[in-house]
Structure formats: structure tokens, C-alpha cells
Design a protein around this ligand. Structure first.
Ligand code: 3H9
Length: 693
């Protein structure tokens, strides 16, 4: 016995064979692991001294799934479904010993075993749906046989991990064993199975739960209906549902065929390619070439926030949620109380929905204190300014902070557009200044643009990125420019959306193709939601744009019941004849004859200039890599993950096609519009953004 191959070990103790896999970091089921398991199983089967087999993993986790890096390459035998079948067909009992996460192919391997034990901290799940896939090694046919079709449906379409206790209650885990003694407990369990002559429990033969659901198509119809909004645009959830239907309605082997066909279809499709790309992009984003992972970071034990408005309050919640005390500064007592009141209400709503324990509301509120004195921020490790978006105001605040806050603290601005270097110039310590651009609502949105100034120190960058992770955000490091990555590209889209209004399209005409593309809403619905009066003042309003005129009419968006759209009591939008007239008057004044603009033109004119702006952002090194831009758009603006972000999408369209279209639209894109040289170069060379590594 001993080493089977580089990642597999086989030993026998007291009649129990122990197959140990060691394939860091997550024991993914790559080719060597699959081969190792099969060989070790065969050996154990052939060894008369072996009475049962335990499959266990070294390191931080049980198998976290198939090896995603192998996807898209020619498959190498043994395939994972074969491995699972080999295990299930063993003539001796097999026990999966689970710690960490048994995910995807990992859980499928465990389902091939006759028994499963786990430590209390272990989690199980079939997260393939997040990769635009479905479990392709029998998971869709075996899981419903164990937990029932309803729970299986929820698990495969959400990809959620369930804890060991829930898994045990559902029959997925046979026994929970003490933390820290998994190996010994699994061996003891295997001995018990042998001693009690328990049967070889093959999941494929457990038909009770699936048969009970046979002839009840409403289970699936209701599930589809209840989740239609959540699944909009995605292929994988529907395909996952079909495989569970197959498990219910067909014999096991037939169900396996359905799984295989649908799995392969998804694997070959663009959505899964996009979602797999995003999986790696989300992990790549933390890697900063000149700030290595071992860069020292600063402890952040106390945070100060200036401004108790929507942004300041939302930002404060992020820190209270992870136990970091926050001092919030306002200029007026009333504003301070209002801000703290809104935070309390948010927490109470979450508690009412059962997502927060009532005692935690008080615990978190207890971490928040309010003050009218900036001086109270003196001992903070990090101060985030979230005041009015105006350079003079921000510089004034930073000048004061420089005098008040202790040396060695990070001074951050939540600006969404302004020049962080100029803000930093108001202090004598620009290396300690950084931008932390949270997205609204700041306690909900996952994106944090970390804006690195010209002089920001590496230690400050490393600390900000680490902090982003700690508060559950996805931090994307960006450079200084107007609007950084997200809002700069948004501006390119807005310019076209506005221009098309005057050419003859109505707001709802522009919004529709973008919604159909998969965005949560189009630019005008988004404007109405945010409020059309952001940055607008009655005194300065000159009726010079459609938006200004709408604000002058007190059509300031959803909150006033009207904006580009009219809204009913439930805030349902409908096209507005008032807006239509305002737009037509503008066009008439400009001497434009309105024309019908095709959905294709609308989509291309909204999206291709964004891609062009993204290319400029890369040229100027504002973003480190194209995939960082995609992460910004997916997490900050709801770009559909199944289209992989604007830069990935551009690659799928073909950069030459994007350039050709931008040239075709030419003058319509505005006098200042210029095609990015990088985009043109890549297009001419037949390359993709993804080649820029
Ligand atoms: C599947 O199983 C299909 C089958 O049904 C059918 C087949 C026929 N493969 O996330 P982390 C890497 S589909 C390759 O930062 P954490 C990851 O890229 C699979 N690599 O750690 C990273 O690399 P790097 C279904 C993988 O502790 C490193 O491991 N399974 C895989 O925050 C650490 O990852 C899934 O979808 C993989 N499967 O979280 C599970 N997984 O250091 C996907 C991870 O170079 N994985 N890596 O950046 C996860 O959800 C998390 O990684 C996990 C750990 C929760 C396990």
C-alpha cells in the first residue's frame, strides 16, 4: 500500500482501507485525483484483508468539485461519472469522510459512497449553477433520491451550501462526528457498518422519494413560477430543473442520459463560458502585481465616517456588521438622528425577515456612535468621508482631518467621480489617502472601487483590499480618472441614451433592449430610481435638457411618482405622455425629424461605446486587467453574469465587429467620440481583451 500516485494514498488499518487525497488548494477532482481514487478503490476491493473503505481528504476541505481549469479541454478518462459509478459498485462498504466543503463533483463522489459522515462545520452543495452548469456526475439523479425532489430543486438551482446539521436531517449525512477527529471517527463508523452487516446503500436504488413525486408536475410548474424573476435570462437553472424532473419521471439510467445531454449542452454554451470566466475573475481581482499578498497591512479597529446620509449610513453598517465600532459625524443633530434612525430601521427590517437575531440589532447599533465634532475622529484607524460631491467641500474636510486624525490612519473619500489626488493634496500625508467608492445602497451592493492615488502607499492599498474582503465586498483596485471605471463607462452609455431620445426614441424604447439583454433596468428607469434631481438645483436649472425640464415639473423620479415614466402606487412604471411631449418639443426645437431606431442600434450604441471606454481605461492603466472591469460592471451595475461583463461580451461579439459598428455609427456617437487605439489594434490583430494577459 502507500502512494497510489502524487495525490492519492492508500493505507489499511484494522481491516479498513483509507484512501487519502491531497490535491491542494481544494482537492479538486482533476485527472490525477480521479485516476487515484479508481485505482485505490480497485486495490481495496481486491485486498481480502479490507472490509470497508474510507475516502478522506487532506488540507482545508473535502473535494470542492471537478477541476474547473480542465473544463473546455479534451476530457481524460476516467470521467467523474465513471469514478462515482466505480465507487457505488464497490463490493465493500464505502464511507465519505467530509470536512470543509463537499461541493459539486465532490458531493457527487460522496453520493457515490454508500455512507457519508461529516464534522459539524462541514458544508454540502451543488453549486454548478453558478458556473452556468448542472451537476454532471450523477448529482441531479442521486440528490433527489436522498433529500427529495423539492429540496434537490432548491439546492441545484440556488447552488447554496447546506450545513452538516441540515444535511444530516435531510438524510444526506448519515452521522455527524466530532470536529478534529474525522479520520478516526470515519474508521470507527466504517467498522460499525461492517460489524452490523449494514447493506451497501446505493443511492441509485433509493426510489421512494422520487416515486412519491411522480405524477405531480405542479411541483415543477410552481417552482418555475416562483423563481421566474430570479432565473430571468439564465439557462442553467431551467436545465437543472429538467434534470430533477427526469430523476422523478425516468428510471435512473435514463435520467443519467438526460443529465449528460443537458450538461454537455451547457458546457459548450456561451453562458457557462462566461460564468466560469467570472469565477476566476472574482479571484483574480485581489491580485495586485506590485502589491504582493504578503504586504503588511494596518489594523483597523475603529472607523470614522463623515456624513450620516444614505451613503454614510450604509457604509457604517458594513463595519458594524463585522464588529468594528464606527463614529459618525454630522453637522446637525437632526441629520445625525435621522441617519442613525434609518440604520436602526434597516436592521429592524432585516430582523423582521428573520435574517438577523433581534439581539444583534442592539449589538450592531451599540457599535455606532454619533457626534457633531470632527475632533472625535482623532483616534480612528480609518476615516471615510461621505459628504456632498463637491471638490471644495471635500478638500476642506480633508484639510481638517489632516490636523485632527492621528498619524498612521487611513483617510478615505467615498467620491464617485472626483480626483482623489486633488483631494489628497489638501493634506500633508497623501500616501495615507485613498478612495473607497461604495455603491448605493452601500450595505447591500457588493462592489467597492478602491481608488489608488498617485501617492497612496502600498500598505494602504493592501489594507483597503483586505478590509473590503472582511466586510464582504469585492474590492476592485482602480486608478484616478473622472468616474473611475464604473461611472466613467456609465457616462459613455448615458451620452448615447440621451442622444437617442432626441433622435426619436422614447425612454422606454431605449430601456427595453437593455432590460432584455439582462440588465436589471435601462438607463432611464435607473435614473428614475436614483432620482433625477441628483446634482440638480431649482435655482441653477435652465431647462436645457429633458432631465432638467422634468425636474422643473417636479417629475423627479420614482419618489415623486413621476420621472421619465409615470408610476402608480406600487411604483409600477408606465410610459408617460408628458415625458413624450417634453422630448418631442426638444427635438422640434433642435430641428430634428424623429426616426424609428431599431433595438439593435439602441443596444449597440449603448454598449459598444462602453466597451470603447473600457479599452481606454486599460490603455490608461486605470484598471489592472479587462476582467476587473467586468467585475465592476457585474457587481456594481447588475450586468448579467451570464454575459461575463462588457469586456468579455466584446470578445464574444468579436472586437473587429465592435470597431466596425462604432465606425458605422460614426458621427451619431458625438463630435468628441474617438475609437480607442487599443481596441482598434486588438481588432486588427484578430485578438481579444482576454489575450491581454
Ligand atoms: C463540477 O463539479 C462539475 C461536476 O458536477 C461534473 C463534472 C463532470 N477547480 O475560492 P477560493 C481554486 S463544477 C479548480 O479563493 P475559498 C480557486 O481558483 C465545480 N480550482 O478559496 C483558487 O485559486 P487561486 C463545482 C478551484 O476558501 C483556490 O482554489 N464546485 C476550484 O474562499 C482557492 O479558492 C464549485 O463550483 C475548482 N473546483 O473557497 C466550487 N475551486 O488561489 C468552487 C477553487 O489560484 N469553489 N479553486 O486563486 C468554491 O466555491 C470555493 O473555492 C471554495 C473555497 C468554497 C471551495
Amino acid at each position: 500500500m502507500g502512494a497510489i500516485n502524487a495525490v492519492t494514498d492508500l493505507s489499511v488499518e484494522d481491516g479498513i482501507a483509507i484512501i487519502t487525497i491531497n490535491n491542494p488548494p481544494v482537492n479538486a477532482l482533476g485527472h490525477a485525483v480521479r485516476e487515484g481514487i479508481v485505482q485505490a478503490m480497485h486495490k481495496a476491493n481486491a485486498d481480502a484483508a479490507v472490509q470497508a473503505v474510507v475516502l478522506i481528504c487532506e488540507g482545508r476541505t473535502f473535494h470542492a468539485g471537478a477541476d474547473i481549469t480542465e473544463f473546455g479541454k479534451p476530457p481524460k478518462s476516467p470521467w467523474l461519472p465513471e469514478v462515482v459509478t466505480e465507487i457505488e459498485n464497490m463490493s465493500k462498504p464505502t464511507v465519505a469522510a467530509i470536512h470543509g466543503t463537499a461541493l459539486g463533483g465532490g458531493l457527487e463522489v460522496a453520493l457515490g459512497c454508500h455512507y457519508r459522515v461529516a464534522v459539524p462545520s462541514a458544508k454540502c452543495g451543488l453549486p454548478e449553477v453558478h458556473l452556468g452548469l448542472l451537476p454532471g456526475a450523477g448529482g441531479t439523479q442521486r440528490l433527489p433520491r436522498v433529500v427529495g425532489p423539492e429540496q434537490a430543486l432548491a439546492m441545484v438551482t440556488s447552488g447554496a451550501h447546506i450545513d452538516a446539521k441540515t444535511a444530516n436531517a435531510a438524510g444526506l449525512i448519515d452521522e455527524i462526528v466530532p470536529e478534529g477527529s474525522l479520520r478516526a471517527s470515519a474508521i470507527a463508523f466504517a467498522k460499525k457498518v461492517v460489524a452490523e452487516k449494514r447493506p451497501l446503500k446505493k443511492v441509485r436504488d433509493m426510489n421512494d422519494k422520487v416515486e412519491a413525486a411522480r405524477g405531480k408536475p405542479e411541483i415543477f410548474a410552481d417552482f418555475r413560477k416562483a423563481n421566474a424573476r430570479k432565473f430571468r435570462g439564465f439557462l442553467a437553472p431551467e436545465y437543472n430543473i429538467r434534470t430533477i424532473e427526469a430523476a422523478v419521471n425516468l428510471p435512473f439510467d435514463e435520467g443519467m442520459k438526460v443529465e449528460r445531454t443537458l450538461f454537455q449542452e451547457l458546457m459548450g454554451g456561451i453562458q457557462s463560458a462566461a460564468q466560469r470566466y467570472v469565477f476566476f475573475a472574482e479571484r483574480e481581482v485581489w491580485k495586485i502585481p506590485d502589491v504582493p499578498a504578503d504586504t503588511p497591512t494596518l489594523p483597523i479597529a475603529k472607523v470614522g465616517i463623515i456624513g450620516a446620509g444614505t451613503m454614510g449610513g450604509g457604509i457604517a453598517m458594513n463595519f458594524a456588521n463585522v464588529g468594528i465600532p464606527v463614529t459618525i459625524v454630522e453637522t446637525k443633530q437632526e441629520a445625525l438622528e435621522r441617519g442613525l434612525g434609518v440604520i436602526r430601521k434597516n436592521y429592524e427590517t432585516t430582523a423582521k425577515r428573520g435574517k438577523l437575531k433581534p439581539e444583534d440589532v442592539e449589538k450592531r447599533m451599540g457599535l455606532l456612535s454619533g457626534t457633531l465634532e470632527l475632533e472625535k475622529l482623532a483616534d480612528c484607524d480609518l476615516v471615510i468621508e461621505a459628504v456632498f460631491e463637491n471638490m471644495d467641500v471635500k478638500k476642506d474636510v480633508f484639510g481638517k482631518l489632516d490636523k485632527i486624525v492621528k498619524q498612521g490612519a487611513i483617510l478615505a473619500s467615498n467620491t464617485s467621480y472626483l480626483n482623489v489626488d486633488e483631494i489628497a493634496s489638501a493634506t500633508k500625508r497623501p500616501e495615507w489617502v485613498i478612495g473607497l467608492h461604495f455603491f448605493s445602497p452601500a450595505n447591500v451592493m457588493r462592489l467597492l472601487e478602491v481608488v489608488r492615488g498617485e501617492k497612496t502607499s502600498k500598505q494602504v492599498v493592501a489594507t483597503a483590499m483586505q478590509l473590503a474582503k472582511k466586510i464582504g465586498k469585492i474590492g476592485v483596485l482602480v486608478g484616478v480618472c473622472h468616474g473611475f471605471v464604473g461611472n466613467r463607462m456609465l457616462a459613455a452609455r448615458q451620452a448615447q441614451a440621451q442622444a437617442m431620445l432626441l433622435e426619436g426614441a422614447m425612454p422606454w424604447d431605449v430601456d427595453k433592449p437593455l432590460y432584455d439583454f439582462g440588465m436589471p433596468m435601462g438607463p432611464f428607469a435607473m435614473g428614475d430610481l436614483a432620482g433625477l434631481d441628483i446634482g440638480w438645483s431649482k435655482e441653477a436649472s435652465k431647462s436645457s435638457t429633458v432631465r432638467e425640464v422634468l425636474c422643473e415639473m417636479d417629475r423627479r423620479g420614482q419618489k415623486t411618482g413621476a420621472g421619465f415614466y409615470d408610476y402608480d402606487e406600487q411604483r409600477n412604471a408606465k410610459p408617460s405622455p408628458v415625458t413624450e411631449k417634453v422630448i418631442k418639443d426638444f427635438a422640434a426645437k433642435a430641428g430634428v425629424t424623429p426616426r424609428q431606431i431599431s433595438e439593435q442600434e439602441i443596444l449597440e450604441r449603448c454598449i459598444y461605446p462602453m466597451i470603447n471606454e473600457g479599452a481606454k481605461i486599460l490603455e490608461e492603466k486605470i484598471a489592472i486587467r479587462p476582467s476587473d472591469i467586468d467585475i465592476v460592471w457585474i457587481n456594481g451595475y447588475g450586468w448579467p453574469v451570464y454575459r461575463g461583463g462588457p469586456m468579455f461580451y466584446a470578445d464574444t461579439v468579436g472586437l473587429a465587429n465592435v470597431v466596425a459598428k462604432l465606425k458605422e455609427y460614426g458621427p451619431k456617437l458625438g463630435a468628441d467620440f474617438k475609437i480607442s487605439p487599443l481596441l482598434e489594434k486588438l481588432a486588427a490583430e484578430g485578438k481579444k481583451f482576454q489575450d491581454l494577459k
